[in-house]
Design a protein around this ligand. Structure first.
Ligand code: NDP
Ligand code: PYC
Length: 339
């Protein structure tokens, strides 16, 4: 970050992003949720899903592809099953609409699932799961996106970058949280590398002829990504399609047609959660056991645990402000200004 970086408090960044969302047709209620989410990503250094995404949100909203004012419909479909129709809006407001009922069911039954459909998720997943672990629950969530990943050995993109996020309470420190794409690299990071003129490491993608390439521009220009870890990541990507789309009633990553909405960028898919009350496991020292296995991993030589980098970045941002390059700050100010 250069010397002319701008440092904003979390509240100021949320207010700026909220103005952009509202100006582009998002209801105030939904705008607050999306702004909190995006600012939280920037604060934690999840830069592929921070303010870098704002022009994409705006472009999608202006294309008429996503309904920023959508009011989700929450359905109570079983003792441990909540379904939500996001009605073509963003996933996060639909998720927050269903969350109280989901928690009620987790407390009553020890476990509950949440299936969101007809929803647009354009962010990181950790903000969706981490708060569950802070409240003492174990949570797993998956979301599918837009077809840009070729199946292992295949020729045509079928999967989205389909992340999986998991969060668990951990005694004595922040929850254990991982959040990772099932592709070798997130699409957002390919865009960032293309913009910066950086090559990718080998094994991330193919060009439009299906040949391996390290050039992010070739991947974006008709090429595709690969699953991480060959056939193993491939099965995880497929599982994510099954849970996020087949089970919820949402679209597969290659199924929705956004060709009539020039500028559309937000995938129109589904999201799935399973949330567990670990107290039902009958182990009073669950969180201590989690801390124990994490300590063993670190003692064995792993440099750090997933989530550690985010929490360090968050602590620094809380102390010094969230750093934005002068260029991205100017972009946000111009997006928030009257046309
Ligand atoms: P990364 O590969 O950067 O990181 C994946 C996970 O591994 C993180 O939990 C990270 O923790 C952890 N990690 C990274 N390096 C190490 C290390 N050296 N040791 C231990 N743990 C490590 O993430 P991805 O590029 O796969 O995904 C980036 C984001 O993109 C995710 O937030 C994901 O949800 C989002 N995404 C969203 C999609 C959507 O459709 N909405 C689609 C695809 C991706 P830490 O954060 O602390 O670095
Ligand atoms: O970074 O792969 C990605 C992504 C897809 C949809 C939102 N983010």
């Amino acid at each position: 970050m250069s010397d002319d970086a701008v440092h904003l408090s979390h509240a100021d960044l949320v207010a700026l992003l909220e103005r952009i969302f509202v100006k582009n047709g998002v209801s105030e209620h939904n705008a607050r949720i999306l702004a909190e989410n995006c600012a939280g990503c920037e604060r934690d250094g999840s830069l592929s899903h921070g303010v870098f995404r704002m022009p994409g949100y705006v472009s999608s909203l202006n294309s008429g592809w996503v309904d920023g004012k959508a009011v989700a419909e929450v359905e109570d479909v079983g003792p441990a099953f909540v379904r939500v129709d996001a009605k073509g809006g963003f996933t996060q407001p639909a998720f927050f609409a269903a969350r109280p009922l989901l928690i009620e069911k987790v407390k009553a039954n020890g476990v509950a699932v949440l299936a969101i459909r007809r929803s647009h998720h354009f962010s990181a997943l950790w903000p969706d799961v981490e708060p569950f672990a802070e409240e003492g629950f174990v949570a797993l969530s998956v979301v599918n996106s837009m077809a840009c990943v070729v199946p292992h050995g295949g020729k045509k993109a079928v999967f989205g970058t389909n992340p999986v996020a998991f969060a668990s309470p951990r005694a004595g420190s922040a929850p254990f949280v991982f959040d990772q794409a099932s592709s070798a690299i997130a699409h957002g990071d390919v865009q960032i590398a293309a913009r910066a003129g950086h090559e990718l490491r080998p094994g991330m993608g193919v060009d439009r002829d299906g040949q391996p390439t390290n050039d992010p521009k070739e991947i974006l220009d008709g090429g595709a990504l690969l699953p991480f870890g060959g056939h193993k990541g491939n099965s995880i990507a497929l599982m994510v399609e099954i849970l996020s789309a087949a089970l919820t009633g949402g679209y597969f990553s290659g199924e929705f047609d956004w060709s009539g909405h020039k500028g559309a960028q937000t995938p129109y898919t589904g999201q799935f959660f399973v949330v567990i009350d670990p107290a039902r496991g009958g182990n009073d020292v669950f969180a201590e056991r989690v801390a124990g296995i994490c300590d063993l991993v670190l003692e064995a030589g792993q440099e750090r645990l997933p989530g550690d980098r985010r929490h360090l970045t968050r602590a620094k941002a809380q102390r010094d402000g969230i750093p934005l390059s002068a260029e991205s700050h100017a972009k946000l100010v111009s997006l928030a200004a009257d046309r």
